[in-house]
Design a protein around this ligand. Structure first.
Ligand SMILES: *Cc1c(COP(=O)(O)O)cnc(C)c1O
Length: 377
């Protein structure tokens, strides 16, 4: 038996077939069809935002958000975090911008707003923080700094589907927030993504940028690409939206099973609970301090694998340690991010798991430490 870190949210087969039946009748497969627009409206209501634009995936939504806000190709600097999925930093670099790495907070592992200001230069054009694992960035402090220095803020909210702060959607902050609907995320459209802009004009431009800058049959406004979401994926979105609350509830239950067994153990740090933040329970993160726990994160991953448990090192390596960004990494040391990258593990969490699976995974981790301790004495 194998237990993977996640399992895609999927609707009932028949439900999906019903949803796509109309496409075989209409022959309208893409280009903002009926399902696209219905899905967009339902999503907007579900997330509690004033508007949302769909995209073919989260990565291109990040790139197109940079282009929509007029930042791409300016050669400016964008301050971001090295503790994220590689997409965030690639989106910056691929648009002729230079990523500048800001260290992270020890507790939430989001960009450390206290270290932000010292990295701002006359070349800085934007900040791209990440709500990593669905933990919320210091949105007020970041807004205040960005305003004072007239910088754009684009949140990578790929992990923050449905997350609320003070009872409101986290997607309302900054100049743009970008979601991913990749199969492995909290909510999926197989591949997919979306962007939320507080400005209606920006939202409309983003929508055009996803479709070659086309306004109408005879008018093309800007140099856009093709990043549309097709009808089959919109259908998947409509179906999965009906099941997402139940999936989140199930993951909340599994999270509690893990917490019960792992909290209070010296050397193990569980997710930092944030006040007034709702979670989507997509990632079960565990931080292992080898000096106290007696074994390293890598030891734990190796041991779990022998039991068919595929935990993941999200996020390792820190992105300023990979060849493409190493040079920049030296310029901006980020010790907290490097420590986190060495100590963090994401344990399996999906609705195919029961309490016995969780008990087995936790015993495996705790027994490994106990064995190491016996060997040490
Ligand atoms: C998944 C992810 C992305 C990219 O989204 P895709 O839909 O896979 O293109 C960007 N940033 C972060 C933090 C992610 O986890």
């Amino acid at each position: 038996m194998s237990i993977y870190v996640t399992k895609p949210l999927m609707p009932d087969y028949q439900e999906y077939i019903e949803e796509i039946r109309c496409l075989f009748e209409s022959g309208m497969l893409t280009n903002y069809g009926r399902l696209h627009e219905r899905f967009r409206r339902k999503l907007k209501t579900y997330l509690g935002v004033d508007g949302i634009e769909l995209c073919t995936n989260g990565h291109l939504a990040l790139e197109l958000a940079l282009q929509t806000l007029g930042l791409a190709g300016t050669g400016g600097e964008v301050i971001t975090t090295p503790f994220t999925f590689v997409s965030t930093v690639h989106a910056i670099a691929r648009n002729g911008l230079t990523p500048v790495f800001c260290d992270i907070r020890e507790d939430t592992m989001t960009l450390d707003a206290e270290k932000l200001e010292s990295l701002i230069t006359d070349k800085t054009v934007a900040i791209m923080p990440v709500h990593v694992y669905g933990s919320v960035c210091d949105v007020e402090r970041i807004s205040e700094i960005a305003e004072r220095h007239q910088l754009k803020v684009i949140y990578d909210a790929a992990h923050a589907f449905g997350v609320e702060y003070q009872g409101k959607s986290i997607l309302q902050y900054g100049d743009a927030s970008v979601l991913s609907f990749h199969a492995t995320k909290c909510f999926n459209t197989i591949e997919g993504g979306a962007a939320v802009f507080p400005s209606r004009r920006d939202a409309q431009k983003f929508r055009r940028m996803c479709n070659y800058g086309i306004v109408s049959e005879e008018e093309i406004q800007e140099i856009g690409g093709n990043a549309k979401m097709d009808e089959f994926r919109a259908a998947m979105g409509l179906c999965n939206l009906r099941g997402v609350d139940a999936a989140i509830e199930k993951r909340r239950e599994i999270t509690a099973w893990y917490d019960k067994r792992l909290q209070g153990i010296p050397g193990l740090t569980l997710r930092h609970a944030q006040e007034e933040v709702s979670q989507n329970y997509t990632y079960y993160i565990l931080r292992i301090d080898p000096a106290v726990f007696g074994v390293t994160r890598d030891d734990v991953c190796r041991e779990l694998k022998t039991y068919g448990v595929y935990a993941r090192k999200y996020f390792y390596p820190a992105l300023n340690e990979i060849p493409a960004y190493e040079q920049l990494g030296r310029q901006y040391p980020t010790p907290a991010a490097h420590r986190a990258a060495k100590e963090i593990v994401t344990l399996p969490l999906h609705d195919g798991m029961n309490e016995e699976h969780v008990a087995m995974i936790c015993s495996c981790i705790l027994n490994l430490a106990a064995a190491a301790e016996r060997k040490a004495v």
